[in-house]
Design a protein around this ligand. Structure first.
Ligand code: AMP
Length: 396
């Protein structure tokens, strides 16, 4: 059974075709600049050379047409006909309180997804465009929606409610939703396997540390607390996002003459490690600058590590203990120094790193020493595989 996984952004489309008997990637690619001059689709099939299609793509449907031609083409393809695609899994950002799990897409689901768009105006409409275009091109293939928020629908009310007037929750659905759910779910399952334990018996903290970053407390396999909120701006310091700040800073700046749009832009695009360091939003550049003695770059990293550590402390309290801490995503999987800086501040959990294991990359492994009281792991995340697994499960 082959599952096509689609992840649509406003001007991009990422895809992977997976053979679910082996869970191997048969082909993958990325279409960029859809609807903009200079659109290009990069396609890579297993065992074949990477190829670039520099063709005009007015819409996501144009991109899908090019990728489907590539999938069946004798030169770059991996299947003989589109009939070999058994199902399509769509990454969908916001499922609000409507979607607690992945779901087979039908007209009713699409209508409900449209209702959720208000909460993710940049993401959900693009996801829906991708779903509709796929339905036109593959009308008889079942499709599944996998939501970034769904994994966090198990949060208790004390964790998801903001102490605002209750009517704002009732009228405008203002509450914590959390994101990166597909990633937190995937790595927590993989961690339980690595630890040789049943997930039902474990208390885990998953640290998804990339350009966007969030932590998740997972008790018995269920998300019970997470750091992002109504939107992905909340929580940790990120590449360009500020994370949690005193909300009074917003009216303070507006009173100083900034427009609400400008404040929004500052918080989302000009803050985080970029804003503090003045160097870059890319952690590699900031780590490099800090190594060369740049004090603001070091401060940006210190804030980041401090917030991860204090959030871990809060989650240990929330779960009354922790058995394992997981590092994942770009920085979590690759930055030996950040993992060390964070773990060095977790003495209260009896954590001891295995320096040799921590210096390796690219595979799921335990990086804590044998006598560490809490296990520390690196698990490369694989949201596409999680989406494909959910898709297969639902259409089987
Ligand atoms: P993601 O959003 O998961 O793709 O992660 C992207 C972030 O991971 C970027 O800020 C990268 O700088 C960071 N990253 C990737 N590789 C490394 C590395 N070897 N050391 C430090 N940061 C890295």
């Amino acid at each position: 059974m082959n599952v096509l996984v689609i992840n649509c952004g406003s001007s991009s489309l990422k895809y992977q075709l997976l053979d679910m008997t082996t869970e191997k990637v048969m082909a993958k690619g990325l279409a960029e600049r859809i609807g903009i001059d200079g659109s290009v689709l990069t396609h890579e099939a297993a065992g074949k050379d990477k190829v670039k299609f520099e063709q005009a793509m007015e819409t996501h449907k144009d991109a899908l047409n090019i990728l489907m031609d590539a999938l069946v083409s004798p030169a770059h393809g991996v299947i003989k006909s589109l009939e070999e695609i058994s199902a399509v899994g769509h990454r969908t950002v916001h499922g609000a309180e409507t979607f607690c799990d992945s779901v087979v897409i039908n007209a009713d689901v699409i209508e409900k997804m449209e209702e959720c768009s208000e909460l993710a105006p940049l993401h959900n409409p693009a996801n829906l465009i991708g779903i509709r275009a796929c339905q036109e091109l593959l009308p008889n293939v079942p499709m599944v929606g996998v939501f970034d928020t769904a994994f966090h629908q198990t949060l208790p009310a004390e964790a998801f409610m903001y102490p605002l007037p209750y009517e704002l929750y009732e009228e405008h659905k203002i509450r914590k939703y959390g994101f990166h759910g597909t990633s937190h779910k995937f790595v927590s399952r993989a961690a339980a396997e690595l630890m040789g334990e049943k997930i039902e018996n474990l208390k885990l903290i998953s640290c998804h540390l990339g350009n966007g970053a969030s932590l998740c407390a997972i008790k018995g396999g269920k998300s019970v607390e997470t750091s992002m909120g109504l939107t992905p701006l909340a929580g940790l310091e990120m590449g360009t996002r500020c994370g949690d700040i005193d909300p009074a800073i917003i009216p303070f700046l507006v009173n100083k003459g900034y427009s609400v749009k400008e404040v929004d832009e500052i918080m989302n695009k000009k803050s985080g490690v970029l804003g503090v360091s003045g160097v870059s939003s890319d952690f590699r550049d900031v780590e490099g600058a800090a190594d060369e003695g740049n004090k603001r770059a070091q401060l940006a990293l210190d804030i980041f590590h401090y917030r991860v550590v204090t959030t871990i402390g809060a989650y240990v309290a929330a779960m009354d203990g922790v058995d394992g801490i997981i590092f994942t995503a770009g920085l979590g999987e690759n930055s030996v120094t950040s993992r060390k800086a964070i773990c060095d501040r977790l003495n209260f959990l009896g954590i001891k790193l295995d320096v040799t294991a921590n210096s390796q990359r690219g595979k799921a492994m335990i990086i804590s020493a044998a006598d560490s009281k809490t296990k520390v792991m690196v698990i490369p995340t694989n949201e596409e595989l999680m989406i494909a697994r959910d898709t297969m499960e639902l259409v089987k």
